[in-house]
Design a protein around this ligand. Structure first.
Ligand SMILES: Nc1ncnc2c1ncn2[C@@H]1O[C@H](COP(=O)(O)OP(=O)(O)O)[C@@H](O)[C@H]1O
Ligand SMILES: [Mg+2]
Length: 405
């Protein structure tokens, strides 16, 4: 329970429970006996909102929490900044349990270390863009900031910098009401970033946006995150968004985390049918890479091989392309069955002159989405090479197309 937190971890949530309602002891008893959430609510009036949730968020990484409505996502983030007090468990921020923090430390945490971005924007419509962004600093400044001259200049500079960062330069003095939903959410992000927090908590920040605005702002957030290296807990109910944003993803159901892992983990080794169904519809080309779908080449020959050997090898393996390697295992290219048959007719001694040297090659870490076109244009599986130019595997068109579903 009290294992030390790795220095790489900014936020460690451990065995978190949050029950809403009075008769928590009775609810816990029923939970121990294996009763479900609905039954417990009916019998005790207690909602099991979060039940034994544990996860770590590494510094500079995005942790995405996904689940259906009511699965407990918002409650988890509300516990992280103590808008809700946990029923049990620990929430360690930089190694300190937020539930044990004295009031002034907690206030400092909320003001300067943890910022929140909601779906409903939470902006003040009577203030313009700049003032909304600077709001976070006003709260932080001594005596409200407005009256304090050095603070004021500082505040405008900082806010303007954040506004530029989210792509709203030129909009500083525009009223909030004149902005589109996507732009309002950019203001929300700029405001959250203004006091340079260590952790951003984002609760379905983009759910209200139309698909195009949403795609833009997802991209924007990812580039900001890359530039500033912020740690983010990102909540969503959209699996494609979770997989696009999250380095690690947790799938929640009825207050529990069904599985934690990278998008590739969840797709390739789902822990149960629920996870499998959940991730089934996702576009895998955006996060699966070549290494996830490559296989060993079934027909490998040396460049010194004679045409008959090449033909025999291809015949035995029931393929029409052989992958040719040189003395040092380096990839030379491919030989097709047709070329080998022709060479045999012409009595050539080796296949080396037949090798198609312009056969396209790919690296292991290239995303499937980035090689669809090449694979479609190439009549044989692509060769996968490592940094030394050695053949690591091959990736077939069928394997690539299966990621599209
Ligand atoms: N303040 C509250 N009082 C009582 N029940 C709540 C409260 N907030 C959330 N719940 C209940 O807790 C469960 C989890 O809710 P929530 O964390 O909002 O889920 P999500 O964000 O995944 O939609 C739901 O059953 C919800 O009805
Ligand atoms: Mg919610």
């Amino acid at each position: 329970m009290n294992a030390p937190v790795s220095p790489d971890v900014l936020l460690s949530v451990r065995h978190l429970d949050k029950f809403y309602g009075l008769n928590k002891a009775a609810a816990r008893k029923m939970l121990k006996k294996g009763a479900g959430k609905d039954e417990i609510l009916k019998r005790t009036g207690v909602t099991i909102a979060v039940n034994g949730v544990s996860f770590d968020v590494e510094r500079g990484k995005i942790f995405a929490l996904i689940g259906l409505s009511g699965s407990g996502k918002s409650t988890v983030v509300r516990c992280v900044n103590m808008l809700q007090r946990p029923t049990a468990g620990e929430i360690l921020f930089d190694g300190r349990d937020v539930a044990q923090m004295p009031r002034d430390e907690l206030r400092e945490l909320r003001r300067t270390k943890v910022a929140m971005v909601f779906q409903g924007f939470g902006l003040m419509s009577h203030r313009d863009v700049l003032d909304n962004v600077a709001y976070g600093l006003d709260v932080r400044a001594p005596f409200g900031g407005f009256l304090h001259r050095p603070w004021r200049a500082d505040r405008v500079d900082r806010a303007a910098e954040m506004i530029e960062l989210v792509g709203l330069k030129g909009w500083e003095r525009k009223p909030i009401d004149s902005l589109s939903g996507g732009m309002k959410q950019r203001v929300g992000i700029a405001r959250a970033l203004c006091c340079d927090p260590d952790l951003l908590l984002m609760d379905e920040p983009f759910s209200a946006l139309d698909p195009l605005a949403r795609r833009d702002i997802q991209f924007e957030l990812l580039s900001i995150q890359k530039e500033l290296g912020k740690t983010i807990v990102f909540i969503t109910h959209d699996i494609n968004e979770a997989f696009k944003m999250g380095d690690t993803v947790g799938i929640m159901r009825d207050g529990r985390i069904e599985q934690l892992g990278t998008p590739a983990d969840l797709v390739l080794t789902p822990a149960n049918d629920y996870v499998r169904d959940f991730v089934q519809s996702v576009n895998k080309t955006k996060f699966l890479s070549v290494k996830h779908v490559m296989v060993s080449p079934s027909c490998l020959i040396r460049d010194s091989a004679d045409p008959l050997t090449a033909i025999r090898e291809m015949g035995e393996n029931d393929v029409s392309t052989a992958y040719v390697i040189g003395r040092g295992m380096e990839f030379m290219g491919v030989v097709t069955l047709n070329a080998a048959l022709r060479a045999r007719r012409e009595n050539m001694s080796s296949v080396s002159s037949l090798v198609t040297r312009e056969a396209p090659t790919v690296g292991q870490d290239v995303l499937i989405g980035d090689i669809i076109e090449t694979a479609t244009d190439t009549p044989f599986p692509l060769a996968v090479l490592n940094g030394k130019g050695h053949l690591e595997g091959i990736v077939s068109r069928a394997a690539i197309l299966s990621c599209l579903s």
